[in-house]
Design a protein around this ligand. Structure first.
Ligand SMILES: Nc1nc2c(ncn2[C@@H]2O[C@H](COP(=O)(O)OP(=O)(O)OP(=O)(O)O)[C@@H](O)[C@H]2O)c(=O)[nH]1
Ligand SMILES: [Mg+2]
Length: 212
C-alpha cells in the first residue's frame, strides 16, 4: 500500500481481494448547524441505516468516517460534526481543513434557519456549501424552501439547497452526493446504496418544494 497526499486529497492505492487496483480518495466534510437539527442522526442513518428517535447531544467536535462507492472510485469521507455555531474564529479555522460543508437547520425552527443563514454568510467565501432543511417529514414546518433560497441567493448565486428528512429518507443521499460531485466530478453517482433500515413508520412528504 502506498499512502500520499496532495491538495487535501490523499490517495490510497490498494489491491482488493480480486487483485483489482482501487483508488481511495479522502475528503474532509463538516456538518454544522444549531443544536437538535439532526446532525448526529443524519450521520448515524448513513452509517448504520438506523433512525434514532432521541436527541444525541454532541458537546464537542466529533469525527466519523463513511465510505462511499462511486462511479469514480471509493471515497472515504471524514465527517466532522461541529456543534458550536457561535465561535466564528474557530469555525473559520476549521474550514481551512474542509473540502465541503453541510449547513443543516430544522424546517420547524426559524431560529435554526437564521443560524444557518449566518453560517452561510460566514463560510461561503471559504468553502463549498450545501444547505439542508432537515425534518421535512413534519407537516407543521415553519421554514419554506423559498425562505432560505431567497435569503441565500443574495450571498451565493449557485448555492445548493435541499429539503431532507433523516427520518423518512427524503433526499437522504443528496448532501453527500453533491459534495462529492463538487470534489471529484459533476457526473459522479453512487453505485452502492447505503444500508437503510426503513423509517419508524412511513411518512408522506406533503409538499415537494425543493428547488430541484
Ligand atoms: N421528525 C424528524 N425528527 C428528526 C429528523 N432528524 C433528526 N430528528 C430528531 O431530532 C432530534 C435531534 O437530533 P440530533 O441528531 O441528536 O441533533 P444534533 O443536530 O446532532 O444536535 P446537537 O448534537 O445537540 O448539536 C432527535 O430527537 C431526532 O430523532 C427528521 O428528519 N425528522
Ligand atoms: Mg449531535
Amino acid at each position: 500500500m502506498i499512502l500520499f497526499s496532495a491538495y487535501f486529497l490523499s490517495y490510497l492505492i490498494a489491491y482488493s481481494s480480486g487483485y483489482i487496483l482501487q483508488l481511495i480518495m479522502n475528503y474532509n466534510l463538516a456538518i454544522i448547524g444549531g443544536s437538535g437539527v439532526g446532525k448526529s442522526i443524519f450521520i448515524h442513518r448513513h452509517k448504520s441505516g438506523e433512525f434514532i428517535k432521541h436527541h444525541i447531544l454532541t458537546t464537542e467536535k466529533i469525527q466519523t468516517n463513511i465510505t462511499f462507492h462511486t462511479t469514480h472510485g471509493i471515497a472515504e469521507v471524514h465527517i466532522h460534526e461541529i456543534p458550536d455555531t457561535t465561535n466564528s474564529e474557530q469555525i473559520m479555522a476549521l474550514m481551512d481543513h474542509m473540502d465541503a460543508v453541510i449547513i443543516m437547520f430544522d424546517v420547524t425552527s426559524m431560529s435554526s434557519c437564521l443560524t444557518a443563514i449566518d453560517l452561510t454568510k460566514l463560510i461561503s467565501k471559504k468553502c463549498y456549501i450545501v444547505v439542508c432543511g432537515n425534518k421535512c417529514d413534519i407537516p407543521q414546518r415553519k421554514v419554506m424552501a423559498k425562505d432560505i433560497t431567497r435569503n441565500l441567493f443574495f450571498i451565493v448565486q449557485k448555492i445548493k439547497y435541499y429539503d431532507i428528512s433523516a427520518r423518512s429518507n427524503y433526499n437522504f443521499e443528496k448532501p453527500f452526493l453533491v459534495c462529492l460531485q463538487h470534489c471529484i466530478s459533476p457526473d459522479l453517482a453512487f453505485i452502492e446504496a447505503p444500508p437503510i433500515i426503513p423509517a419508524v413508520r412511513d411518512i408522506e412528504i406533503l409538499q415537494d418544494i425543493s428547488p430541484e
